[in-house]
Design a protein around this ligand. Structure first.
Ligand SMILES: *Cc1c(COP(=O)(O)O)cnc(C)c1O
Length: 465
């Protein structure tokens, strides 16, 4: 049989092609050479004997495809039409405008670690720590890279070779293979499980207390719920055990709410300030879940303990860069002004968006689609958005979506074409329809939807003719 791979042109022949010469003028010879090698490699891997050998036009298109790879696969803005607010795949929390602006100012130097008064070396993250203490009533604060790092640091610095008591109902796994028992093991602490999956009582903790107890760890089951015949022990009761024996009470809150979301019909989420007031010695939380800032880990609590953490060698390894510090500081500043907080913090704004407003927006988007007489069916449907990011898994966020379908394209194909749009639009599929949820779409992004549909309609017309 004829092997089409033997008909592939050589690199030197390709370099002489006029189309390729044009590409070299735009992209440089080295980049084009790399793309030629990638394209030929692709053909060698994918062509089977019996296949037709590719013609020059196909080969050039393939080379261009690999040339555009860096641009195409780079991290860049996308439209989140999924209705999942803290979408891990889309970077979790959308930064508030003031935080994004502050990041934009970083094309210049900043006073990250200098005291402007004295000109001496200053304290890094001093303002963030001050803000956190003010907002939560904590004695002291420390910032690290993420909450996984925060938990690990606390355990490694304060509980090494000591027992950490934790309820079997709180042995969590978070996306990205973060598992609490592994974290405890790696930290050098000794895991001491108590209770059962559904019920753990105060006496379970009490009976487990011993000479080698380092801490009681409560972990917020932020991404799942155990319902039915259940009970867990509140922080205040765990703190009451400190009267019997000196032991640390650590609260891994995960989502870390700084404001109460119950007035928006959301389930009660433990708040950082409440946990501290109830007697937790240390509380840790993510910065990019319900706080709505950049990825970060926040540790709050007793000054003497934070002081030990700050001196630990791991802290230098887990410290945040100026990008995170600046974005987090700006995000936290919004919490000082509760009246404008829900308007200025996009995660909280999206969480609290009223269903009636969402319906109006969905209708508006639908009307613009209909006006263009595009070959798609668009209907408004009541649905649910999600908080995402492993937070509030049982929250019901009523919304109204535009449900799209096409007589010629499957929902998978349509959503894939949306992703290939510029900017890419990320959608959700349900019952063979593509759903667009206005909750996570910014109003100035609405225009991209119709633009994308026009392009898709034009393309599928090309394909048919
Ligand atoms: C999300 C979460 C973590 C991990 O936090 P990251 O900031 O993503 O590292 C740890 N524990 C709990 C309880 C969480 O909810």
């Amino acid at each position: 049989m004829d092997d089409p791979r033997s008909h592939l042109p050589s690199v030197s022949l390709l370099l002489e092609e006029p189309d390729i010469q044009d590409l070299i003028r735009i992209h440089s010879r080295q980049l084009v050479m790399d793309a030629i090698n990638e394209a030929l490699g692709w053909y060698r891997e994918h062509l089977k004997s019996g296949d037709a050998a590719p013609v020059q036009r196909d080969i050039t298109a393939k080379i261009e495809f690999f040339l555009r790879g860096i641009e195409r696969d780079s991290v860049r803005p996308v439209v989140n039409a999924t209705g999942i607010i803290l979408h891990t795949g889309l970077g979790r929390a959308v930064l508030p405008e003031n935080a994004a602006k502050a990041l934009g100012s970083l094309d210049r130097c900043c006073n990250l670690q200098i005291d402007l008064e004295t000109g001496e070396r200053g304290k890094r993250n001093a303002m963030i720590e001050k803000l956190l203490c003010k907002l939560t009533g904590a004695e002291a604060a420390l910032i690290v890279n993420n909450n996984a790092a925060a938990t690990y640091l606390i355990l490694a610095a304060l509980c090494r070779e000591k027992e950490v008591i934790i309820s079997r109902g709180q042995m969590i796994e978070i996306g990205g293979s973060y598992r609490l028992p592994d974290c405890i093991l790696e930290s050098g602490a000794i895991l001491r499980e108590v209770g059962t999956t559904n019920k753990t009582h105060l006496r379970d903790y009490e009976e487990a207390l011993g000479e080698n107890t380092g801490a009681i760890l409560r972990c917020n089951p932020s991404n799942f719920r155990i319902i039915g015949f259940t009970s867990e022990v509140p922080i205040a009761d765990l703190a009451s055990l400190k009267k019997k024996q000196s032991v640390l009470v650590i609260d891994d809150l995960g989502c870390g709410a700084l404001v109460n979301l119950e007035c928006y019909g959301l389930p009660r989420e433990p708040m950082i300030q409440e946990s501290l007031a109830a007697g937790a010695d240390l509380v840790c939380s993510s910065g990019d879940k319900l706080i709505g800032g950049p990825q970060a880990g926040i540790i709050l609590g007793r000054k003497d303990l934070i002081q030990i953490l700050k001196k630990h060698p791991l802290t230098r390894m887990l410290r945040v860069c100026k990008l995170t510090a600046i974005a987090l500081e700006q995000t936290l500043r919004l919490f000082l002004e509760p009246e404008s907080l829900f308007q200025k913090n996009p995660s909280l704004r999206m969480i609290s968006m009223p269903p009636l407003k969402l319906r109006t927006r969905a209708q508006k988007i639908r009307r613009t689609i209909l006006r263009e007489k595009l070959p798609f069916q668009a209907e408004i449907r009541e649905e649910e958005s999600a908080t995402g990011g492993g937070s509030l898994p049982h929250a019901v966020l009523k919304t109204f979506v535009i449900a799209l379908s096409s007589p010629t394209l499957s929902a998978e194909r349509l959503s894939s074409l949306f992703r290939q749009n510029e900017p890419p639009i990320i959608t959700r599929i349900k019952n063979d329809q593509v759903l667009l949820d206005p909750r996570t779409i910014f109003e100035d992004e609405e225009k991209y939807i119709v633009q994308a549909l026009k392009k898709i309609a034009g393309r599928s017309h090309d394909l048919q003719s």
